[in-house]
Ligand binder design. Structure first.
Ligand code: FES
Length: 178
């Protein structure tokens, strides 16, 4: 993938080894996920998850790379990446908070959790705070219905959340940033 490799070279010359290693690790993690799934097209969602986990969001070059590796039309990869709210095509904040709004989670208060965060941060789902600290996203079902309502903080799935516990986590992030 030309652009990621280019980014790696740029990072080497500009910021030295630690940035280089970060970039390399991300690409490595993505490639491991692709290989582990034996380039199966059915593994697209899992691979997109890994890419987002590694890069923070799904930039066009990454989607093109995945499409090439899985031999899928780019339109299909874009279709999946834009269909699921869990995926973000824009840069996200320092922290990410994904509230599940699948049926089980919604029934148990996922909607109230989302509203509480929107009100507290002054943003809507899909947006990032102006200080770039927190991105709020929603998902349809993240496969953790047994612990509904589920919220993913920085990639960690947590369950049995309520507006109070979620706002506590956000407050902790905000204190860290001060
Ligand atoms: S509905 Fe939320 S995890 Fe399934």
């Amino acid at each position: 993938m030309q652009s990621i490799l280019t980014e790696t070279k740029t990072s080497r010359s500009q910021t030295g080894n630690s940035k280089k290693n970060t970039v390399d690790r991300r690409l490595k993690a993505l490639n491991i996920a692709i290989k582990r799934n034996q380039y199966h097209q059915d593994a697209l969602i899992e691979i997109l998850h890994k890419a987002q986990e590694s890069y923070g969001y799904l930039e066009p070059e990454i989607l093109e790379y995945i499409a090439r590796q899985l031999k899928l039309p780019l339109s299909r990869v874009y279709g999946v990446a834009t269909f699921y709210h869990l995926f973000s095509l824009k840069p996200s904040g320092v922290h990410s908070c994904v509230v599940c709004l699948g049926t089980a989670c919604y029934v148990k208060g996922g909607g109230k959790i989302t509203s509480a965060i929107e009100e507290k941060l002054g943003i809507h789902a899909g947006e990032t705070t102006s200080d770039n600290q927190v991105s709020l996203m929603t998902a349809r079902c993240i496969g953790a219905c047994g612990i509904a309502p589920a919220v993913v903080f920085d990639g960690n799935v947590t369950g049995k959340q309520d507006p109070e516990t979620v706002l506590q986590q956000i407050k902790a992030w905000q204190s860290e940033a001060e």
